[in-house]
Write a protein that binds this ligand. Structure first.
Ligand code: ADP
Ligand code: MG
Length: 261
């Protein structure tokens, strides 16, 4: 059974997409079968995976709105060793059209059921807003990984996000877990970042991933080459950090495996 992890934070520019692409690539590099789902009409995870969002590609719109079978919308040729479901501008219409459809909150969850056995990890890159697409991600996910920047007000935003997740989970997915909080674009020389990081650990304890993603220009450059950072500059601190993140995620998963299966 695949573990479904949604990358979510209502704030834009915190590293959701960068994490989705590079974590998918890193996890796939450990020989796990990975599916990456782009739910953001901006299609950044799509382009960052070497899939042309302007080309004739199937998207999450075809799955959620047109009821295309999931096998037909999965793209197997990406620049990483993972499969993906793409997004582009068409997906903006999906936000609206979903409202009129039967079982609108659980359409992604229902679709994923058919392929649960084919993947070990399914990562969902959420848009930076709380719309029906994000609700579908929350309903389909086992857990949520929250990328965040350690800056002033970050904790406030995080508390608000946690409240929203709790409310939503009650409605559509009571089993939803917090996978963890991931510190992104981290600069250890920045005093404020260190302070916020300490507060974060006090508030959220071991929910805070030990792996920290540094600010690294290679991570920002890689998307323009349509590839995860590990295929653009394998030795970069960014590529290494995401490999470490995949490792930590695997260790945590083993720990939480129930003794009696
Ligand atoms: P989101 O999906 O949350 O909006 P992105 O992953 O698109 O955030 O990141 C926002 C911007 O910051 C992008 O231009 C991205 O390339 C850049 N970025 C993300 N993570 C890093 C990092 N660790 N170091 C440097 N730049 C980064
Ligand atoms: Mg994004």
């Amino acid at each position: 059974m695949a573990k479904v992890i949604a990358l979510a934070n209502q704030k834009g520019g915190v590293g959701k997409t960068t994490t989705a692409v590079n974590l998918a690539a890193s996890m796939a590099a450990t020989k796990r079968k990975v599916l990456l789902i782009d739910l953001d009409p901006q299609g950044n995870a799509t382009m960052g995976s070497g899939v042309d969002k302007y080309g004739d590609v199937p998207t999450i719109y075809d799955l959620l709105i047109e009821n295309k079978p999931i096998e037909e919308v999965i793209i197997k040729e990406t620049s990483g060793e993972y499969h993906m479901i793409a997004a582009n501008g068409d997906v903006t219409a999906a936000e609206v059209k979903l409202m009129e459809l039967f079982a609108r909150e659980v359409r992604l969850r229902n679709a994923l059921e058919k392929i649960q056995d084919q993947y070990e990890f399914i990562f969902i890159d959420c848009p930076p807003s709380l719309n029906m697409l994000t609700v579908n991600a929350m309903a389909a996910a086992d857990s949520i990984l929250v990328p965040m920047q350690c800056e002033y007000y970050a904790l406030e935003g995080l508390t608000a996000l946690m409240d929203t997740i709790t409310q939503l989970a009650k409605l559509v997915n009571p089993k939803l877990q917090i996978e963890g909080i991931l510190r992104t674009m981290y600069d250890p020389r920045n005093r404020l970042a260190n302070d916020v990081s300490e507060q974060l650990k006090q508030h959220f304890g071991d929910k805070v991933y030990r792996t920290v993603i540094p600010r690294n220009v290679r991570l920002a450059e890689a998307p323009s080459f349509g590839a995860p950072a590990m295929y653009y500059d394998r030795a970069s601190s960014g590529a290494k950090a995401y490999l470490a993140l995949a490792g930590e995620m695997l260790r945590r998963k083993e720990k939480t495996t129930p003794v009696v299966a």
